[in-house]
Design a protein around this ligand. Structure first.
Ligand code: GAP
Length: 442
């Protein structure tokens, strides 16, 4: 296991344009982060690959993209208004706030160092409130969704009717969720605004164990697909007394982050809790009728819930490597940082590097970059020495660098360098598209 520190990851993210502190020119905003040019590419690739893996390639899945702000009755029915809380304590001396379940209440306050100064734990609701329309009163109060899941339950009947799916089937959604976390932190690990990729998989009640095990396997397969270091991944059977209000069984998939072992994903058996409550609160009948047997039941649900931002962080921690790379035939070496991201996730797929800024080279390299950019995300870089440019691309995980040199003008070929092996091969310009199609599709 590489012992990459959070400081290294955060610095790399800022220096190379993966993630910046949000609103930085105004001094930032407590733990908000912006994804820069490379970050947005990696994040989009995570979401696209997830959609391909769990929706497009499965005939039992459909998608949804629902409104982020929903009728407040949704949160009454789901139990979030009443029970989506964390225990809050405050230091009576310095007024620092903590989650009571995350600190030792008999220890000193981490900020002011005083002992025995904590208030009694109080329930703090994590939902972010706002209001709709010009009147700021209780009747206009709405909430930013704390999970993407609820819209899937609320739209269940419409999706069922329009998609003509039969149980078992699943509905997937990717989108932002908001929680007024008491103690956000650890970079993008816990923030108040984040993104989820969730599936509600509707099943017959008596088959929940079988589907639960199968989704646990699916999540492991996804983790492998992302190149997340499996030796850092662990299952935690959540004890009954700690289960969320809707869950009969939850397995947290944890990851050894540099700051400790923490939840990466969750897999929950939500029973018929949500559909039955929405039926009760809305008056709609959420019963499913099996078209073959005629059997009627409220479907139960297995829910794999994944955070985009935590996937992003676990992938960076897993992909980051430092190694000694040869710089000369005499055996001299220098430190090389390589982000060994799986190719399909890499923010930049191909870097086009003309050996010099001379016009005759850019006349070949530019059109080549434009041609390849039709299929892959391409970077064009003609500054600094070729060695430095290779290192820069290694550090951001670019699988292939294409060097256009003066021989290219004669032999109509370029040098392709592989990120992982550093091996170089000469490829005819006319064959490049076919070459990369093979590289990226295998
Ligand atoms: N619908 C179920 C649900 O929301 P959860 O365990 O509260 O379950 C699911 O959240 C996933 O969302 C987590 O495993 C994590 O990946 C991500 N997540 C939750 N809270 C987060 C936060 N404050 N910041 C970043 N990601 C978060």
């Amino acid at each position: 296991m590489s012992e990459v520190s959070m400081e290294t990851i955060v610095n790399l993210c800022k220096a190379r344009g993966f993630v910046y502190p949000g609103s930085e020119i105004y001094g930032g905003l407590a733990n908000s982060w912006d994804y820069g040019p490379l970050g947005v590419e990696l994040k989009n690739n995570i979401k696209q690959e997830w959609w391909k893996f769990f929706v497009q390639q499965r005939l039992d899945m459909v998608g949804l993209d629902a409104a982020l702000i929903m009728n407040p009755k949704v949160w009454e029915a789901s139990g979030h208004l009443e029970t989506f809380t964390d225990p809050l304590v405050e230091c009576k001396e310095c007024h620092e706030r903590y989650r009571a379940d995350q600190i030792d209440l008999s220890a000193a306050c981490q900020k002011c160092g005083r002992k025995e100064t904590f208030t009694e734990p109080a329930s703090f609701n994590l939902m972010l409130k706002t209001w709709l329309g010009p009147k700021e009163d209780a009747t206009a109060t709405v909430y930013f969704r704390p999970e993407t899941a609820q819209a899937i339950f609320v739209d269940f009947l419409q999706v069922l009717q329009t998609s003509r799916k039969r149980v078992p089937f699943g509905i997937a959604q990717i989108g932002k969720a908001f929680r007024n976390e008491i103690t956000p932190g650890n970079f993008i690990f816990r923030t108040r605004e984040f993104e989820q990729m969730e599936i509600e998989y509707f099943i017959r009640p008596d088959e929940w164990q079988k589907h639960f095990e199968s989704w646990l396997e699916n999540l492991k397969a996804w983790i492998r697909h992302c190149g997340i270091d499996e030796s850092r991944v662990h299952d935690l059977e959540v004890p009954v007394e700690e289960l969320a209000h809707y869950s009969k069984r939850t397995v947290d998939i944890e990851f050894d982050f540099p700051f400790g072992r923490k939840e990466l994903y969750g897999l929950a058996y939500r029973t018929d809790f949500d559909l039955s409550n929405h039926a009760k609160f809305s008056g709609e009948n959420m019963t499913y009728t099996d078209p073959v047997s005629g059997e009627r039941f409220v479907p139960h649900v297995i829910e794999p819930s994944l955070g985009v931002d935590r996937t992003f962080l676990a992938m960076l921690v897993s992909a980051y490597t430092e190694e000694e790379a040869p710089t000369s035939a005499e055996g001299e070496t220098e430190k090389r940082v390589v982000l060994r991201l799986p190719k399909q996730f890499a923010p930049i797929k191909i870097a086009i590097l003309p050996l010099s800024k001379k016009d005759e080279l850019s006349l070949v390299a530019k059109p080549l970059a434009e041609q390849l950019a039709k299929n892959w995300r391409v970077d064009y870089d003609e500054t600094q020495s070729i060695g430095k440019r290779y290192r820069r691309q290694d550090e951001i995980g670019t699988p292939y660098c294409v060097t256009v040199d003066f021989d290219s003008l004669e032999d109509k070929a370029v040098t392709v360098r592989d990120r992982d092996t550093m091996k170089q091969e000469r490829v005819a310009v006319a064959d490049l598209e076919k070459y990369f199609n093979e590289k990226f599709n295998n």
